[in-house]
Design a protein around this ligand. Sequence first.
Ligand SMILES: [Zn+2]
Length: 467
Amino acid sequence: MNARVSTQQYRRLALLVAVLLPAAGAAQTTIALDPNRYSLQQDVQLGQEAAAEARRQLPMLDDERVDDYVEAVGENLVAAVPAAYRHAGFRYSFDVVNQKEINAFALPGGPMFLNRGMIEAARTEAQMASVMAHEIAHVALRHGTAQATKGQKFQIGALAGQILGAIVGGAAGSVIAQGSQFGLGAYFLKYGREYERQADLLGAQIMARAGYDPREMANMFRIIEREGGRSGPEWLSSHPNPSNRYDAITREAAVLRVNGNADTGRFASMRARLRGMPPAYTAEQVARGQARRRTVGTAGRPSTRVEPPASQFRVHTPARFLRVAVPANWEARDAGDAVTYAPDGAFVEADGETGFTHGVQIGVAAGASGDLRRDTEQLLRALARANPDLRAAGAPRRDTVGGRAGLATLLTNVSTVTGEREYVSLSTTQLGDGNLLYIVGVAPAREARAYDSTFRRVSASLQIADR
Ligand SMILES: [Zn+2]
């Protein structure tokens, strides 16, 4: 017989007990909400926008069994948030990121991201739940927007950008590479010691109400500190230790009554499942674009393997006024206003879209303003519409294209066809008729170095005779 009670039943049980108990433990700490100039709806909106970006940029584990499990634990905790800290419209969600570092973060209004490394570091379900309860407490106490309220400017647009930047660390993720995802002074993801103290205490209360021993939170923080590893515990850089953290949690725990036992009994098997998977990505790999989206547990298309660019080049005439040399093993495909040169296997089609994974495209775009910089920006916007994950990896810099003044822009993208992270280099210059000539080089990010020199050589070979 299976005597285990389902999470659903536990939640009801926990709620019932919570209602029936007189505000148990007279000495339980009451936490006052800080002033907040944001509406609840703004919390939700900011969090949802940032979460969508996080899901695009971070390697999500996408393992149904693990996700279901973490969600069940999370929902049980959310159901145990005391009434004073429940907010209309907040929608808690729980995603597991296939990343090695011991880290987790939650966004205003409820979206939470838990690194696989955090789950693997925990020894018990209660320890994993303690990090989640702490994060839920930050959300319920509205620490992100409360912190922003203290800032000088009340500007929701700027804030949204700040969260996104903090999560992905800019277009190329260079901040992630340095191991501090939240280093950009983000209001929402890095808290002061007072907010940490509050999240510890409310988190402990949530744990107890949900049916977990809150002392496991202190134990988990010790593990985090010990196993932070060479790069230091990431989680602690965004959740700095308040003074006497362990003592404060233990003292709070002593006056809390644990409502039953919420342990699902599934933690050990879930951790074993995670440990049996291919290694998780490191923050550095994520930043370098080596972490493809949809890695484990989904039927992603295999990455494209093509022949490397031949060292011998062959001259082509993509238009009457243009000459360009490309690797001899690349073939041409003419699409009217653009010609693409790519090796065999690099032309891909999916869902009615045609693209290329490796190679160069040369084309002419309408120049509207007569100004190279502005027309280039317009072209970038058009490209971004067709490639929603396209991001500039730096400001455009001056370049020489076909012997005339041009601009070179480096970009990153996630291919809509293969799901792979791409390196994109764009060069533009003006034609005599005011239109824009562009050369765009594309390669998977992991092969960027090898292809960059080829792109330079192609660009340098360009001859324009339109005047
Ligand atoms: Zn915290």
